[in-house]
Design a protein. Structure first.
Length: 270
């Protein structure tokens, strides 16, 4: 027991002297002592440096994540802004195209007095079968004035007041237009149909001896009392034989988009 106490006492004294030597070596940079100190402290210092480096890397990682999130938000804002500007430009382009088409049509029918008008209302439904324009008798618009758009025939004015006019389109069931097949010269009647109007179509009634086929172009004929001859109406999509041997029917797709009418050209055939 006494020996163990002496060993412990000597160990404590030795440990104390070692600590003093370490402190003195580090304090006064004594080579031998410093080397010993460095040797003893190296594992601890290495551990401290390792933890410090890892901590710095973690902090840097989260800083980079914050920067990436901010950059992503900025990019999303820029994409939204560009998408909005592109939508506006497309609207301007569409309006310019419509106005250019109306100008070309006005030149084509320059023998007739023509003015541009805006569509300001229509009957309930998806199609512009009957609609209202913002020009009336004060601007020279009258009953039976011809309405054009998109390079083709829309219909005619059914009722004109001082400032606005009601238009009946060729896809309305009350409409009938004398028409001609460009390829053959055969003449028939383009009529609106309640069921076909829901598909944006109208029907051509023509003599059964006519050789009208799918793809034929249909224009206004010289026999109409309202419409000038030669106005494009549309293209034949399907030909159906009638119940008798006298008449055939052709479904015609108008050149005018009767789902999206905004501007039209009004001409007077007087």
């Amino acid at each position: 027991m006494k020996l163990n106490k002496k060993v412990k006492k000597m160990g404590l004294i030795g440990g104390g002297l070692l600590i003093i030597a370490i402190v003195i070596g580090k304090q006064f940079d004594i080579p031998v002592l410093s080397t010993g100190v460095n040797y003893i402290l190296y594992p601890f210092e290495k551990s401290i440096h390792f933890v410090s480096d890892k901590t710095k890397n973690i902090v840097a990682h989260f800083q980079n994540v914050d920067k990436l999130l901010k950059s992503n938000e900025d990019l999303e804002d820029e994409v939204s802004r560009l998408r909005y500007e592109n939508t506006i430009l497309n609207q301007y382009q569409e309006e310019n195209d419509n106005l250019r088409t109306l100008l070309e049509m006005k030149k084509r029918y320059e023998a007739y007095e023509g003015i541009g008008a805006n569509v300001i209302g229509k009957e309930i439904g998806n199609w512009y079968k009957i609609f209202t324009i913002d020009k009336g008798t004060r601007k020279g618009v009258g009953n039976n004035s011809v309405i054009l758009a998109n390079g083709g025939l829309v219909g005619h004015v059914d009722e004109a007041t001082d400032t606005v006019s009601k238009v009946i389109s060729i896809i309305d069931s009350r409409s009938a237009v004398s028409a001609k097949v460009v390829r053959t010269g055969d003449v028939g009647i383009i009529k609106g149909d309640i069921e076909l109007a829901n598909e944006g179509l109208c029907v051509l009634e023509i003599n059964s001896e006519s050789e009208v086929v799918k793809g034929d172009q249909i224009i206004t004929s010289h026999l109409s009392s309202i419409y000038p001859p030669g106005i494009l109406i549309g293209t034949v999509e399907e030909v159906i034989a009638g119940n008798n041997d006298l008449v055939h029917y052709a479904y015609v797709r108008p050149v005018v988009d009767f789902k999206h009418l905004e501007q039209v050209l009004v001409i007077n055939n007087d």
